[in-house]
Design a protein around this ligand. Sequence first.
Ligand code: FAD
Length: 389
Amino acid sequence: MDFQLSDEHQLIREAAREFAEREILPRVRDNDRAARFDRELASKLGQVGFLGAPVAEDYGGRGLDYIGYGLIAEEIGRADSSARTVISVQTSLVAGPIEKWGSEEQKRRWLPRLCSGEGLGCFGLTEPDTGSDAANLRTRATKTDSGWSISGQKMWISLGNHAEVALIFAQTDPAQKHRGLACFLVPTDSDGFATQEIHGKLGLRASDTAEISLDQVEVGEEAMLGEVGDGFKVAMSALENGRYSVAAGCVGICEGCVQSSVDYAKERKQFGVPLASFQLVQEMITEMILKRDASRMLVLRAGLLKDEGKPNATETSIAKLYATEAAVECANLAIQVHGGSGYVDDYPVERYLRDARVTTLYEGTSQIQKLIIGRDATGINAMLPLREI
Ligand SMILES: Cc1cc2nc3c(=O)[nH]c(=O)nc-3n(C[C@H](O)[C@H](O)[C@H](O)COP(=O)(O)OP(=O)(O)OC[C@H]3O[C@@H](n4cnc5c(N)ncnc54)[C@H](O)[C@@H]3O)c2cc1C
């Protein structure tokens, strides 16, 4: 067992940190205040190879392993969760599924544009009436002579207002339940495809979030990703990697909380001595360090399993559950260390708390992660109401 990062991984971490300091930190507060999605920053993430980093070089990616991808998500997540969300969605929820399930034609058409950041993609699973119960989609895909007609609503879709392609999950035959689901690559300029911005988010304000409506959107046969019946598997495999990147981003939030708190506690004096001299302040910092290190180890374990091609759904859920809850707790503690100064955006810690809060909701809530972990341990699926078991 080797706890050291390789030289290559160190270089990836340094490159991501240097990018975050140069390109993200100077604009993060203004983008958050203005609730502005920074399309230019998304392009820059693509230019430096941080979108679709694990995608094969043949398709425009960097061919990185998952440890390397996690380090990018961590460093960008430390600077700005909205930018990290662009990486997670574009890489794990859009490019990844296209690479894994797509035809050669679909890969050639979409992946180079997604990896370079020229085009953005979005992942349309959640609906107004369907969140955690993702197999129970209302969006319908009906067979036509030349392909499919899709109608329905999608809710809370990250990058939805700026994407040029949307992965749309739809039911082809309600009688088949999750075996009737299919995933379609829908160009967002299709007739009948419309989006609306969702405003007023607690955090992740510089991330774009959309409600999407599809009114008899016509697509050809070639738009289907995988086959009829693969939709649920496409969604779950995408989320398995998405959760990993969210967890890695949360390690970054924990790290940011520790660093900001240590710096502040050494600089700020009360009772004639630095805050860092007080045992109760050190205790808060220690709590954060414990959560950061445990999160990091869990993320590395999930990443190693992915790189070895071994099953990792449970380990990824453990990392996601722990790291996201840890990020919320660390951000809360970091505000406490900063006192009143932690309550305004002169320091990053109040934004860390607002941004961390969504990570225990999206890509499967903390409750859903617990049910996945519990199902693996007991063999019993407690996600369904008791009467249906
Ligand atoms: C900012 C943001 C960005 C998002 N981006 C995307 C995106 O890009 N694409 C996308 O498809 N979705 C996206 N989502 C949606 C997100 O994945 C869902 O919000 C999430 O899956 C939860 O679904 P829900 O909101 O409908 O909550 P619900 O499923 O209604 O859950 C409400 C509460 O009930 C609990 N609950 C539900 N079922 C059970 C159960 N069986 N047992 C115990 N407790 C349960 C939940 O844990 C939660 O606490 C985004 C959400 C947000 C807020």
